[in-house]
Design a protein around this ligand. Structure first.
Ligand SMILES: NC(=O)c1ccc[n+]([C@@H]2O[C@H](COP(=O)([O-])OP(=O)(O)OC[C@H]3O[C@@H](n4cnc5c(N)ncnc54)[C@H](OP(=O)(O)O)[C@@H]3O)[C@@H](O)[C@H]2O)c1
Length: 265
């Protein structure tokens, strides 16, 4: 199979660290033009310095997923620079309160989380779909988690807030299919990132156990393939395949990439 997505214009949100940054790198390596973003100017600068070593076709801006105006500005700058967006990858960060049980969350935590995961995705789709529709081509991905399928008590905020992205992808596949735009949700298993480590450390402290014990019991031993996911190689390859012509018949669906971690079928 000869996959060629070179020249595609990609916007990845929450992409100065961890999963988003790895995904941005994977698309850059395929010869795409890529825009990265996150809230911190310093993180944007640092990520850009690293990514520019791979390809000069990467640009970065500050943008907060919980702020509509900030997303409008991000998309408008992306259009200015790349003259269009072919592939939208909606990745997010984590609510500061997490890991937290349902009744530990304040109403402010819920509002933040719903803005972070759901409202941002609705806003971003609204900002790009006309363009994709006019050019009759587009790919939209919502990066989510296996825990949406098997909710975890400590991820109450994220699991509840992003569960409806699955419905949204299905609905959008019906709205946008005739324009050759596919919309899918990716449920990610465990990938070793700073965010994941921080979350696990907080959880280990919360239950008063050493982090390595919690890591083995809660994460590693739960994965039949016996390892965590590799962002560029495992997740990146999946997204690149789905973005290519080979992935053009896959839409409105939810794909698990978790090394077998999810127990349900
Ligand atoms: N790692 C895993 O194993 C795993 C598994 C399943 C799902 N996920 C999900 O994947 C997403 C990324 O996880 P990660 O492990 O890569 O996290 P991470 O290492 O903490 O990276 C998070 C990125 O998101 C940005 N960000 C955070 N809040 C933001 C906001 N309000 N607006 C814009 N950007 C924001 C951060 O930059 P700034 O601080 O500069 O904003 C950073 O670039 C999360 O939603 C997580 O729940 C992760």
């Amino acid at each position: 199979m000869n996959i060629d997505i070179s020249g595609k214009r990609v916007l990845v949100t929450a992409s100065t660290e961890g999963i988003g940054k790895g995904v941005a790198e994977a698309f850059l390596r395929e010869g795409c033009n890529v825009i990265i973003s996150s809230r911190s100017e310093e993180k944007v600068r640092k990520a850009l310095t690293e990514l520019k070593k791979i390809s000069p076709s990467v640009w970065g801006f500050t943008a907060d997923l919980t702020d509509d105006k900030s997303l409008e500005s991000l998309v408008s700058k992306s259009f200015e620079i790349m003259h269009g967006i072919d592939i939208l990858i909606v990745n997010s960060g984590n609510p500061p309160r997490e890991p937290s049980y349902f009744f530990e969350n304040s109403m402010e935590d819920w509002e933040y989380s719903i803005k972070l995961y759901l409202i941002s995705a609705i806003k971003l789709v609204n900002l790009v779909y006309e363009y994709m529709k006019n050019q009759r081509w587009g790919r939209i991905f919502f990066l989510s988690s296996w825990t949406v399928k098997e909710p975890q008590r400590i991820f109450s905020l994220a699991d509840i807030s992003r569960a409806s992205l699955i419905q949204m992808a299905k609905l959008l596949s019906k709205e946008l299919g005739e324009f050759n735009i596919t919309v899918n949700v990716i449920l990610m298993g465990s990938f070793e990132t700073e965010g994941a480590k921080k979350s696990l450390r907080k959880f280990a402290e919360k239950i008063g156990e050493p982090i390595d014990v919690v890591w083995k019991r809660e994460v590693l031993s739960q994965i039949p393939l016996g390892r965590t996911g590799r962002i560029k190689e495992d997740l990146g390859s999946l997204l690149i395949f789905l973005s290519s012509d080979y992935g053009s018949y896959i839409t409105g669906t939810t794909i698990l990439i978790d090394g077998g971690m999810t127990r349900s079928i």
